[in-house]
Write a protein that binds this ligand. Structure first.
Ligand SMILES: [Zn+2]
Length: 275
């Protein structure tokens, strides 16, 4: 297929004929089946700015047609020429933030302020969050794991203290280091999402990170279509949480961080998207 030829990281993940992709229609059908009212969708971390623009146009269009059920994060290639402009164009088109940015896929280094300055400064100027793929420095290997480990994210946070950050996949374990006071200070503007938990942690990770970072810094995310939303949500709902915690994790935190309207009723918000 065309995109396997155009992007090495996409080829790594999608050369396998069993790999799954989803359209907006697939996502809405999945949300209906799972009882999810709204989702924040993100596309693939393309390295080529033209592919980012194409993907963003699709996400803006399907969001506009979704009757308020979708919001989207823009694909931006941080080291490509014109990254700041790409980000501003996406915000003008309604993007709720930028992400998922992926260092290994897109050829940037989280420790390099120069690599990320244009994109992140645009986010700060528009008061929008940036979402990063972050992975564990320990444990099993898997396709797409990459090298965006918590130590590198911490270097980014120290370089960009004004940035609002969503760290995907529980920040590669960064919340556990928040027991160190200086890490907690550096990470205060980070929200953790739960995408791909099934592959990484026992689901009690929800409870642990709520206790470490607070429910206002935890948001439900799946990694749809790699993981099913309905099953993932059922497992998350089985984790002991009080009503306020559940409301934050399933809806309130994402609504606040991504600047979404509160919506008609408390309902799970899923920031899905690929790892
Ligand atoms: Zn990821």
């Amino acid at each position: 297929m065309r995109f396997v030829r155009l992007d090495d990281w996409f080829a790594l993940l999608y050369r396998n004929p069993n790999a799954t992709l989803a359209s907006a229609e697939d996502l809405i059908a999945s949300m209906d089946a799972a009882g999810i009212q709204r989702s924040v969708l993100c596309g693939f971390p393309w390295r080529d700015p033209g592919l980012c623009a194409e993907h963003n146009a699709y996400m803006a269009a399907v969001t506009a047609e979704s009757g308020g059920r979708l919001a989207w994060l823009a694909a931006v290639s941080p080291v490509a020429t014109g990254a700041a402009n790409m980000a501003s164009v996406a915000f003008a088109a309604g993007a709720a933030g930028i992400g998922e940015l992926n260092a290994d896929a897109q050829g940037f280094d989280l420790r390099s302020a120069r690599d990320l300055a244009e994109t992140v400064e645009a986010c700060v100027a528009h008061d929008r969050p940036v979402m990063f793929h972050v992975s564990e420095p320990v444990g099993h290997a898997y396709p797409g794991k990459g090298t965006s480990t918590p130590d590198r994210l911490l270097a980014f946070l120290l370089a960009f203290p004004e940035a609002r950050v969503v760290a995907a996949h529980w920040g590669g374990g960064l919340p556990f280091y928040e027991l160190m006071p200086e890490v907690a200070v550096a990470a205060r503007r980070v929200t953790y999402d739960s995408a791909a938990s099934t592959y990484l942690y026992r689901f009690e990770v929800f409870r642990r990170v709520i206790d470490l970072a607070g429910p206002d810094r935890v948001m439900f995310a799946t990694d749809f279509p790699v993981l099913r939303q309905d099953r993932f949500l059922r497992r998350a709902l089985a984790v002991p949480m009080d009503d306020a915690e559940r409301g934050a994790v399933l809806s309130g935190t994402a609504a606040r961080v991504y600047g979404l309207d509160a919506g008609p009723a408390p309902a799970p918000v899923d920031s899905g998207g690929r790892s």
